[in-house]
Ligand binder design. Structure first.
Ligand code: RB5
Length: 146
């Protein structure tokens, strides 16, 4: 299951993502927002985070105007690794190296053609499983004392 969340700045691009997931038969849960009325991105970041941390969803896609505020919110939660990606190289690398569990994008930054390629790359790229990447990921959640 893929958890979806966006604010008004990401609403239109999210409709493209939803149509794309429908076409591919990929299961998702849409946590809104459900229109272009101005709203607050942390609300939707938290809903998607909760869905992942509860085990309901494996990954999430968050879209706001820039991808920034919504990813900053999501990354406040231990176990969440939200990566803003506006190119396929980053989407592939963040899955392979960071085992990112949320893809964040900006609806005002990237067009739908590229965004859907980024979504496919993110969803189809496995974590490398490499020991050095596992060590680095575990250090994110257990930082050494200064
Ligand atoms: C909303 O205008 C905008 O600030 C929001 O979508 C996002 O870009 C914030 O980081």
């Amino acid at each position: 299951m893929i958890a979806l969340g966006c604010d008004h700045g990401g609403y239109e691009l999210m409709q493209e993502v939803i149509a794309h997931l429908d076409e591919k038969g990929i299961e998702y849960k849409n946590f809104g927002t459900y229109d272009t009325k101005s709203t607050d991105y942390p609300i939707y970041a938290r809903k998607v985070v909760k869905s992942i941390l509860s085990g309901e969803s494996e990954k999430g896609i968050l879209i706001c105007g820039t991808g920034l505020g919504i990813s900053i919110t999501a990354n406040r939660y231990k176990g969440i690794r939200a990566a803003v990606c506006h190119d396929c190289f980053s989407a592939e690398a963040t899955r392979q190296h960071n085992d990112a569990n949320i893809l964040a994008m900006g609806g005002r930054v990237v067009g739908p053609g590229l965004a859907l390629m980024i979504v496919d790359t993110f969803l189809n790229t496995p974590f490398s499983g490499d020991e050095r990447h596992k060590r680095r990921i575990s250090l994110i959640d257990t930082p050494e004392e200064e």
